[in-house]
Write a protein that binds this ligand. Sequence first.
Ligand SMILES: NC(=O)C1=CN([C@@H]2O[C@H](COP(=O)(O)OP(=O)(O)OC[C@H]3O[C@@H](n4cnc5c(N)ncnc54)[C@H](OP(=O)(O)O)[C@@H]3O)[C@@H](O)[C@H]2O)C=CC1
Ligand SMILES: O=C(O)C1=N[C@H](C(=O)O)C[C@H](O)C1
Length: 268
Amino acid sequence: MSALKIAVAGASGRMGRMLIEAIQNADDMVLAGALDVSGSPAIGTDAASFLGKPANVAIESDLAKGLANADVLIDFTRPEGTLKHAEYCAAHGIRMVIGTTGLEADHKAAIGGFAQKTAIMLAPNMSVGVNVTLKLLEMAAKSFSHGYDIEIIEAHHRHKVDAPSGTALKMGEVIADAIGVKLDDVAVYAREGITGERDPSSIGFSAIRGGDIVGDHTVLFAGIGERIEITHKSSSRVTYAHGSLRAARFLADKKTGLYDMQDVLGLK
Ligand SMILES: NC(=O)C1=CN([C@@H]2O[C@H](COP(=O)(O)OP(=O)(O)OC[C@H]3O[C@@H](n4cnc5c(N)ncnc54)[C@H](OP(=O)(O)O)[C@@H]3O)[C@@H](O)[C@H]2O)C=CC1
Ligand SMILES: O=C(O)C1=N[C@H](C(=O)O)C[C@H](O)C1
């Protein structure tokens, strides 16, 4: 079988570099393109120069150049970039793995539309551990739906631009679905001042930002006389990169459709 040709958007970013290293180490894949935002100092440089071993793939801002040889684009950028890339990929039959977070409902709806023209895997967290944790939360939420206060606490590095994290929001959605409510109706994203007592039906979110924390998520079910904490901690971004490559392989024989990591990992 011929190697899967992968392009990476956000090639000089934290995830972009991690992905390029993982692709260079994979036997069944080849780096076929690299994109970054116009004006980035990385444009025109070799995508793997940071590894000290060039890939002979230049980082482009022009989508037609960066995606000319790609079967799959892996995108960890920003919502506006991801939408632009998805529109292009849908028009040219290029599959997409999307890890970008901070997507609003209308962005997700647009991606759903593009997925009618090409195969897209969209997930706020590509790690196996987080996706298994989502299944644990579904089970726990059903048992702790009454008498337990539900709080989601996440911590990330100082450079993260969105809050709460996409993973924390996904955890909230999974819990809300499991207990039969809509997250939008029960979510509390901030508390300050005289807030009054806690609404027992609420799901609270807290976001910590500092240093180089890769990504920690805890769901707290606090009852009377006991509390249960379900925690996942990432110690390296390599887990997101390996999950993304797994998703790209999963998409290889798909023509259209919107998938998530639960599909990729067979957890549905
Ligand atoms: N799903 C998952 O498993 C994970 C998701 N993420 C998410 O991935 C995204 C990227 O994270 P991270 O790598 O840490 O971020 P970085 O800021 O390190 O990288 C983002 C990259 O995207 C580029 N970029 C910025 N704006 C645009 C745009 N409008 N169009 C195209 N490219 C753009 C940046 O270029 P420049 O630097 O020049 O601005 C940079 O190269 C975030 O949304 C994060 O939450 C992160 C880890 C795991
Ligand atoms: O920005 C990050 O770093 C991460 N973002 C994702 C999120 O918002 O959930 C996934 C992971 O937690 C790292």
